[in-house]
Design a protein around this ligand. Structure first.
Ligand code: ZN
Length: 422
């Protein structure tokens, strides 16, 4: 993308910004979080923390095509070089993937002669389930460390930033995907059109594209502003997705709303000429989005105020607990967590540390707030009075994992969608 130069500097005013979907320039601001650190860049030392870069983070709405997006792009190589997120650390994700693979194998009658490709295949958390059902797979992931983990578990994985050129090279090798998955990646892609063009090239003429994206409607309605970070460039409605995919000859086939990640869309697409047709759920959700106003700015205009109210409530609660002598920590050194803590100005004055199950993160410092990341065992050893649950989207799973902490009298503060103590 030409709007970010090699030094990582960002473009200037929103009027210089061209919509990632349609190229339009009529942008209206939905939420401005100011200067924020990179939410996935965990720090190894306080010295590294001292030189930590911050970039503007602002959500805008395109009045031309309705796409909600951030109007800044940090170069992808800076963001993904050592991506710390391994999907398999979240049991909910693995189970979600297992159910989906079984469903798609049945629905598409896949077998040993088929090929399932996943873009941003991470550590093979999804493709492993196809392999278990004897369906050949190929992963593509830009992060060398996660691609290596996938290969170690036997999932063939190419390390590449997928785009039209990568797709052409794969097609030239004789590869065409009967099913092509792209889960929780579309929102992260700086070259949105190159990525979708690649999808259109790689998927077989009668093939199926399965996209999962966080749903902008759940973000707005559930005050999930912590979904906003630099890696997360677009916030999709079905209406906006339809427009951007149509430019590459891909049409909506089916859609389903899912609770995962605080509310997501699973969208199935096919070539415009394919024999699949459009399921009634697509028309129903498009109509529903129009009725709810997702194609108009007014729907998004109240978001900033709702976020600022949540900030007031959460900070007041933490201050009250702190004033009463309580010790408070946090759980989940996630990108969401970094976004929430930095946007709300909650740091070392309130929180002693952040516990996380991922041993890749333990021993490092959180972005912006520079809190030490410790293991769940350390959480039990130190037994703070309260724990702010930053990965609230996995609340059920984490509350079950940390049952011992609660048995010993500890309480979780769940900030989103409604602030509550459990
Ligand atoms: Zn647009």
């Amino acid at each position: 993308m030409d709007e970010a130069d090699a030094s990582g500097a960002l473009m200037g005013a929103p009027d210089a910004f061209h919509c990632r979907g349609c190229g339009g320039t009529t942008m209206r601001t939905v939420l401005d979080l100011g200067l924020m650190p990179l939410a996935n860049r965990l720090l190894r030392s306080l010295a590294e923390a001292a030189a930590e870069p911050r970039h503007p983070l602002r959500v805008v709405f395109c009045a031309d095509c309705t796409l909600v997006q951030i109007d800044a792009t940090v170069p992808p190589a800076d963001l993904f070089a050592d991506y710390p997120y391994f999907s398999s650390y979240a049991s909910t994700m693995v189970e979600h993937a297992r159910v989906l693979a079984g469903h798609v194998v049945d629905r598409e009658a896949l077998g040993p002669g088929s090929l399932v490709v996943e873009l941003a295949s991470n550590d093979g958390y999804l493709l492993q389930h196809y392999q278990a059902l004897s369906v050949p797979v190929l992963g593509v992931d830009p992060a060398a460390n996660v691609a290596a983990v996938a290969r170690q578990r036997g999932v063939p994985t190419r390390c590449a930033f997928f785009d039209a050129a990568v797709a052409r090279a794969m097609v030239a090798e004789g590869l065409r995907a009967d099913v092509l998955h792209a889960h929780n990646v579309l929102a992260h892609v700086a070259d949105l059109h190159g990525f979708i063009e690649g999808i259109a090239l790689l998927v077989a003429p009668e093939g199926l594209v399965v996209i999962e994206v966080p749903y902008v409607r759940d973000m707005i309605d559930g005050r999930e502003f912590d979904t906003v970070y630099h890696e997360h460039l677009c916030y999709f409605s079905l209406t906006a997705l339809r427009t951007v995919f149509a430019q590459h000859g891909l049409v909506l086939h089916d859609v389903e709303r899912m609770p995962i990640h605080g509310g997501s869309l699973r969208v199935m697409l096919a070539h415009a000429g394919a024999a699949r047709g459009t399921r009634p759920a697509v028309r129903a959700l498009l109509d529903d989005e129009h009725a709810a106003g997702l194609d108009r700015f007014d729907y998004y205009a109240r978001f900033a105020e709702a976020v600022s109210q949540l900030q007031g409530d959460l900070v007041a609660l933490l201050r009250r607990l702190k004033a009463g002598g309580a010790s408070i920590a946090a759980y989940g050194a996630s990108a969401k967590g970094a976004s929430l803590l930095n946007a709300f100005g909650i740091g070392a004055a309130m929180l002693d540390f952040v516990a996380d199950r991922s041993d890749v993160k333990q021993g490092k410092l959180t972005p912006g707030t520079h809190l030490p990341i410790v293991s769940p065992a350390d959480l039990l050893a130190r037994q703070p009075d309260y724990v702010l649950l930053l990965t609230w989207n996995f609340a059920e799973e984490i509350l079950a994992q940390q049952a011992e902490y609660r048995r010993r009298g500890g309480q979780f503060i769940v900030p989103i969608p409604e602030l509550r103590l459990v």
